[in-house]
Design a protein around this ligand. Structure first.
Ligand SMILES: C[S@@+](CC[C@H](N)C(=O)[O-])C[C@H]1O[C@@H](n2cnc3c(N)ncnc32)[C@H](O)[C@@H]1O
Length: 240
């Protein structure tokens, strides 16, 4: 599907898509989405659409609020991570997406390695990090091709948040989530199993999996315990 994205002037080189000169051309070629610079940020939007373009922004709005130092320790994800052993504070976020969860972990004091396999999402994330230098000191975005690589350094945790189909009834699924769903296909059962096996094989003290509250277990694996919220839960697989 990625070839249906229009790439406006100013996009990073070598992204999958078709070069277009402006929004009007993207619309006339019936492209579903365009990527380009909007208000100084690399952004994704629907050609001719009224929605706010999607960009990674760590400093403003709801995300900026969630990232205040006082707030992050109340986040379930941070509780699921538990206390790191001294000098072993690195978390590998293997499904980084727009980096929201990774930023929470970084604000809580972890060093976060980020993998993202979608080149377009990777480019949005890289752009957001370039505009948030103090956060970027604790968030290292690995090259796109390094997804599912084999890090050798001891990790505190591996974090997985694979795509999961939105609930049928939520007609109000936000546009940016819809666009992300369009860019990043849902994993098939065998891919979920590979992802989980890979995560469990890494030198980490725990694997944490984010799921919608009522979703089945990832790859059918029973966790040691879960941090449950109304909408999502974090399944924790301690590794000793
Ligand atoms: C639900 S989103 C993650 C959202 C993220 N936790 C956040 O806070 O923004 C899932 C992301 O994982 C990525 N992904 C899925 N499988 C992957 C893999 N094997 N390696 C790297 N990224 C993967 C998808 O491209 C998608 O961007």
């Amino acid at each position: 599907m990625a070839e249906l994205i229009g790439l406006l002037p100013g996009c990073p080189a070598s992204l999958p898509g078709v070069a277009v000169s402006d929004d009007a051309e993207a619309r006339s070629r019936q492209l579903a989405l365009v990527l380009g610079m909007h208000e100084g940020r690399l952004s994704l939007w629907r050609p001719g659409g009224q929605e706010t373009p999607l960009a990674v922004e760590f400093n403003e709005g709801k995300q900026g609020y969630r990232l205040s130092h006082e707030r992050v320790r109340h986040e379930r994800l941070i509780k699921a991570l538990g206390k790191p052993r001294e000098a072993q504070t690195t978390v590998l976020d293997a499904t980084a997406g727009l980096g929201r969860d990774a930023a929470l972990m970084a604000m809580a004091g972890f060093q976060v390695l980020l993998c993202e396999r979608s080149p377009v999402v990777h480019a949005l994330l890289a752009d957001g990090l370039a505009r948030a230098p103090s956060l970027a000191e604790r968030m290292l975005l690995l090259p796109c091709e390094d997804a599912l690589a084999q890090p050798t350094e001891p990790l505190h945790a591996v974090y997985l948040d694979p795509m999961f189909p939105a609930r049928e009834k939520s007609a109000a699924v936000k546009k940016d989530l819809q666009w992300l769903q369009w860019l990043c296909p849902y994993p098939q059962a065998d891919e979920e199993r590979r992802l989980m096996d890979w995560a469990l094989s890494l030198p980490a003290r725990r694997v944490i999996v984010k799921r919608p509250a009522r979703a089945p277990l990832l790859a059918g694996r029973t966790p040691g315990f879960s941090q449950k919220g109304k909408a999502v839960r974090f399944d924790v697989y301690p590794r000793g």
